[in-house]
Ligand binder design. Sequence first.
Ligand SMILES: [Cu+2]
Length: 290
Amino acid sequence: MRVKLTHKPSVVAFALLVAASVGLAGCGGGGNKQAATTPTEFTITASEAGKQLRLFVPKALRAGLVTIELTNTGKAFHEAQLIRLEPGHTPEDALKVIAAEGAPSPGWIHVAGGTGPAPPGGKRSATQRLRPGNYIVYDAPFQNEGKGLKFGLASFKVEGKADDSGELPKAVAKIEAYEYGFKASGLTVGRNTIEFSNTGTEPHHVIAVPYKPGATLAKLRKAFGQTGGPEPPLDFANVVYTARIDGGTKQITQLDLAKPGKYALLCFVSDRKGGPPHVAQGMIAEITVR
Ligand SMILES: [Cu+2]
């Protein structure tokens, strides 16, 4: 497996980030008093300071239906993976778990959606529920690999009581993830608004990658099913993906499919008990986009 979707965060980078954050002005925040059925807007702005990815995130919002809007004002890719931490656990604790990809995941850390990557100057949003708790936003897009960039990190609180009121917007295109596969329908070339649902019990995301000439589902299964196998015949220059969501949750978000043809849908997340990424357990599907 040569394709990695996480960075190994360095303790030094984190220390620098904390030091840099001390000088930050307040970034607004607070609850939104609109009707309970209207998603609360939660705006995240991302850029860079040199090689350091930077996130500007409100300090708090109320629980319930939320639209997370990521605006990339920088020159690199940015994403906003939300992670909920149970009381008594710090962002530093979470970074150690993130660094140990494939190791068992402790019970106090939960992937919680957010957005996949937005290109430089681009936007990405996700509408979903947020339950009360302490969250971090983690920004380490696959597209930035090998560029010497340091991941971005921010934290915020979701306040109030759990709120199940309101409904997610409707989406024509749907992708459902479960152990271990995908069901997809309604995807077309260009910008898709999708309902991404996780009907399993493990965390999942969906990565969509165009086939390279000569690729077949059988070749992909072989390439991803063994370590040190052949390079998967996929066009990773045109990869798009969603944030990771927990079992039993869903969100409305966007997936930009640049060109027509066959795509692989993949999941690189591991089970909470640890082990190989789901793609190595057969979590691959083929779709044809027109
Ligand atoms: Cu998965």
